[in-house]
Design a protein around this ligand. Structure first.
Ligand SMILES: [Fe+2]
Length: 340
C-alpha cells in the first residue's frame, strides 16, 4: 500500500483512481445476528459502497474462534446481539480501537466503549407485556412483579436464557445479591407455569388466558403485528416500560467491534461508520423495530407508542459482573421448575 501511495505522489495524474481502488475488496463479518435481519442491511451497504460482505453466522463461540484463529483470523468485524459479547471481545484482547468522528458523533457515550473498542448500533428494552383486559396498571417496577398480587399470573421464558439472565443480572447490580434472590424467588412463586417458549409465547399465553404478565423484548410486538398468525397475540397485550426502583428500563445493545487482526481494517471502519448512518439506522427501526443509536433517526411508531423510554443507567460492566450471580440464584432456587 505504501508503494502505491508513493507512486501516487510521483504520478499525480494516476491518483484519481486510487480512492476508488481503496474502496474495493471485501469485509468479513462474524455475527450472532439473525440472517433475516442483518443480511438486507449488509446488502444495502454493498450496494452503496461496492464493498463485498462475507458473513459467518453463529449462535455462539465466535470470540473463541477468533482467539483460536489468532493473527491469521479473517474476521474484520464482530457484530453481536448483546453488549456482554462486545465487552467479552474487548476483554479477550481481540478488538482494536477506532478513531472516528463519525462514530463518536453518532453513538452516545453511554452506548459505546470508553476506549472506542466497540460501538452500539441499535438497542431494545426488556419490558412487561400485560393483558389488555385483565391488567389495569399503567406503571410498574421490575421489583413489584414479585408481589403476591401477581401470584399465578406470570409467564416467562427460561430463566437462564441470556435475555432474562442479563435482566436478572441488572437486578442483582441494583439490589445486591440478597434482595435480588428474594425478588427472583417471589417472581418464581408468581409463575403460572414452568418457564418455556420464547418471548412471543408470553404474548401468546396472555392471549390464551394462561397468565397476565411477563417480560419480553420490545421488537417482538412489531414482528407479531406483521405476522397474521401472531397478530392476535400482539392485540391481547399492552406494553409497560417497567423501571428498577432506583433506575430506568433495562436495555440491551447490539453493536460492532473491529478485530485486532482485521485484514481489511479500512473497510471494517467504513462498515461500522455506515451502520450508524441514516440508511442503516432506519432499517434497524423499520425492519426490526429496534431503537436506533442515532438521536435523529425516529423510532418506529409501534415502539414509540409504548411511551417514553428512560434507559437504565447501571454501567454495562457492573451488569456483566453480576451475570454469574444471577445464573447461580436461578439454579439454586429452581426457577425453571416453576412455582413452589
Ligand atoms: Fe430476540
Amino acid at each position: 500500500m505504501k508503494f502505491t501511495l508513493r507512486l501516487c505522489a510521483l504520478a499525480i495524474a494516476g491518483c484519481a483512481s486510487l480512492p476508488a481502488l481503496a474502496q474495493q475488496g471485501d469485509v468479513n463479518v462474524y455475527t450472532y445476528r439473525e440472517p433475516a435481519l442483518i443480511k438486507p442491511i449488509l446488502d444495502a451497504f454493498t450496494k452503496d459502497t461496492g464493498i463485498k460482505v462475507n458473513i459467518v453466522f453463529a449462535k455462539e463461540g465466535l470470540e473463541e474462534r477468533i482467539v483460536a484463529e489468532g493473527a491469521r483470523s479473517p474476521a474484520d468485524v464482530l457484530i453481536t446481539t448483546d453488549f456482554a459479547r462486545l465487552v467479552q471481545a474487548k476483554d479477550l484482547g481481540i478488538t482494536q480501537p477506532l478513531k472516528s468522528k463519525i462514530l463518536t458523533d453518532a453513538v452516545p457515550a453511554a452506548l459505546r466503549d470508553p476506549d472506542n473498542q466497540w460501538f452500539g448500533l441499535s438497542y431494545r428494552a426488556r419490558v412487561a407485556y400485560v393483558s389488555k383486559e385483565r391488567v389495569k396498571d399503567t406503571a410498574l417496577t421490575y421489583e413489584s412483579i414479585a408481589d403476591p398480587k401477581w401470584k399465578g399470573r406470570v409467564c416467562l421464558r427460561d430463566g437462564q436464557h441470556i435475555y432474562n439472565n442479563i435482566l436478572f443480572a441488572a437486578g442483582v447490580a441494583h439490589m445486591g445479591k440478597e434482595k435480588a434472590e428474594a425478588w427472583l424467588t417471589g417472581l418464581r412463586d408468581n409463575l403460572a407455569k414452568k418457564p418455556s417458549g420464547g418471548d412471543r409465547e408470553v404474548a401468546k399465553d396472555i392471549a390464551a388466558g394462561a397468565c397476565d404478565i411477563g417480560f419480553a423484548n420490545t421488537y417482538y410486538v412489531g414482528h407479531m403485528n406483521k405476522n397474521p398468525d401472531q397478530r392476535p397475540w400482539a392485540e391481547a397485550i399492552r406494553v409497560i416500560l417497567p423501571t428498577f426502583k432506583d433506575g430506568g428500563t433495562h436495555v440491551n445493545l447490539s453493536g460492532i467491534a473491529v478485530m485486532k487482526h482485521a485484514p481489511h481494517a479500512a473497510n471494517a471502519q467504513k462498515l461500522a461508520e455506515w451502520l450508524v448512518g441514516e440508511t442503516a439506522q432506519k432499517m434497524y427501526t423499520a425492519d426490526n423495530f429496534e431503537f436506533p443509536v442515532r438521536a435523529d433517526t425516529p423510532v418506529d411508531p409501534v415502539v414509540s407508542g409504548f411511551g417514553k423510554l428512560t434507559p437504565d443507567n447501571k454501567p454495562f460492566a457492573e451488569i456483566i459482573k453480576a451475570r454469574p450471580i444471577a445464573a447461580d440464584i436461578i439454579d439454586r432456587i429452581g426457577f425453571n421448575n416453576g412455582p413452589k
